[in-house]
Design a protein around this ligand. Structure first.
Ligand SMILES: [Zn+2]
Length: 429
């Protein structure tokens, strides 16, 4: 990387760490971001208990792109110049920093046997990307809350986002986590319009399995051990050229948990069963928010409740993209009214019941058609007008918001605070 970079040395004692900022920084908060990255480094060094390099460099290119790649003693990241001034974007950027830095151990040194030494000429197959990327995705945000950079509520919001994403992906009932990993070359890196119906991401589902596994070990051992111990033990035994096999990694889980967890791992990794979140929520004193609560809050007092309400709108469930005045289908998820009606990606939705779709989209049309309405869709498929009968459904409700359970037992509250506690401070008594 060449250029007039802005360079900051981080406040970390263990070894020299440098933050390099390149590009037109604009409103970027240079010193604030250096302090945050230092806090991430201190938290992760305390987590792993080892410093596997002589010096480490965070190369952060402010070029309005996004993404990151891990190296042995550096990472190259891309972001946009408001990522320190808009809170939601800031949390995502901190998550990226944390993710790439966690790879210093998990992937660059501790990696699935088929991935090392890297063969840059051929595809390498492994079912273990749920460890390499999924568990890294679990720890990236968790270590931010432990480092005090995001709040508990923001962290639960991140879990909610990933949980909602998995639960709204029909492909979770088609592809297992192990298959998603092994087929990354022909699926994850070759996405098409039907991917959402046929596959699942080993990042997001892997993150959730990390959460289920961590809470399971914590409650199984009365808080004495956790997934943190699994990661450290795996790193101690398998880092370096020999790597780990799936069996070796699962043996370490069994050793740390004091029980094999065979049924759980078979279900999470090698089946398309729905994930059961209830044990994790109960263990950590969390719950799913009641979707009705939000509506009550929004409705306010009794006077407002007596105001006339709009009837529920019908729902087609197709993703539409506005291209000028045309509304083109970009995704059709399995199980939606659009799927049942035979709508395809690239179909243009022209009219509903003979009425032209308004320029700003069909929202106003759905508003007068309650769930259950039988409608006639006029579509243009490769320039040919066609009529498709459809029955509108009801939009799915947001039922996956994770929040603190105010009625949690003192045991669960204790587990939750240990789960979120920084490793840089002595454990709370
Ligand atoms: Zn990664």
């Amino acid at each position: 990387m060449l250029g007039n970079a802005t360079v900051r040395t981080l406040d970390v004692e263990a070894a020299p760490h440098t933050l390099v900022l390149a590009g037109e920084l604009g409103p970027w908060d240079v010193d604030g971001s250096a302090a945050s990255v230092a806090a991430i480094v201190r938290e992760q060094l305390a987590f792993w208990g080892s410093v596997p390099y002589d010096h480490y460099t965070f190369l952060n290119v402010v070029n309005e792109a996004r993404g990151g790649l891990e190296h042995l003693d550096s990472t190259l990241m891309m972001t946009h110049r408001r990522a320190t001034s808009v809170r939601e974007d800031h949390v995502r950027w901190l998550g990226l920093v944390s993710h790439e830095f966690f790879h210093t151990w998990n992937v660059k040194r501790l990696r699935p046997a088929p991935l090392g030494p890297f063969d840059y000429e051929n595809e390498a197959y492994t079912p273990s990307l749920w460890v390499a990327e999924g568990l890294t995705s679990y720890y990236d945000d968790l270590l931010l809350v432990r480092a005090g950079l995001i709040t508990e509520k923001e962290y639960l919001g991140r879990i909610t986002d990933q949980l909602t994403s998995v639960q709204e992906t029909p492909g979770r009932r088609v592809q297992t986590l192990s298959q998603a990993s092994a087929d990354a070359w022909i699926k994850y890196y070759r996405k098409d319009e039907n991917t959402v119906n046929t596959g699942i991401s080993y990042y997001t589902k892997g993150m959730l399995v990390g959460w289920l596994l961590d809470s399971r070990i914590r409650c199984e051992t009365d808080g004495k051990r956790s997934l943190d111990d699994v990661m450290r033990l795996a790193h101690a035994r398998h880092s370096g050229a020999q790597g780990y096999t799936p069996e070796a990694f699962e043996a370490i889980i069994a050793e740390v948990a004091g029980t094999p967890l065979t049924d759980e791992l078979d279900s999470w990794l090698r089946s398309t069963d729905e994930l059961d979140y209830e044990p994790a929520l109960a263990c950590l004193g969390l719950r799913f928010a009641d979707p009705d609560d939000k509506e009550e809050e929004a409705d306010g007092d009794a006077a407002k409740a007596s105001e006339p309400e709009d009837p529920p709108a019908g729902w087609l469930g197709a993703g539409l993209d506005a291209r000028g005045a045309r509304h083109v289908v970009v995704d059709v998820k399995r199980g939606t009214p659009a799927w049942d009606a035979g709508l395809n990606v690239d179909d243009e939705l022209v009219a509903v019941d003979g009425y032209r779709v308004p320029t700003d989209g069909p929202g106003a049309l759905w508003a007068t058609l309650p769930p259950g309405s039988a409608v006639q869709l006029t579509i243009s498929r490769r320039g040919v007008l066609r009529e498709l009968p459809a029955t509108l459904g009801e939009a799915p409700r947001d039922t996956w918001t994770v929040e603190v359970d105010p009625d949690a037992s003192s045991d669960a509250v204790r587990q939750r605070s240990a789960w979120l506690a920084s490793a840089t401070a002595p454990a709370p008594r």
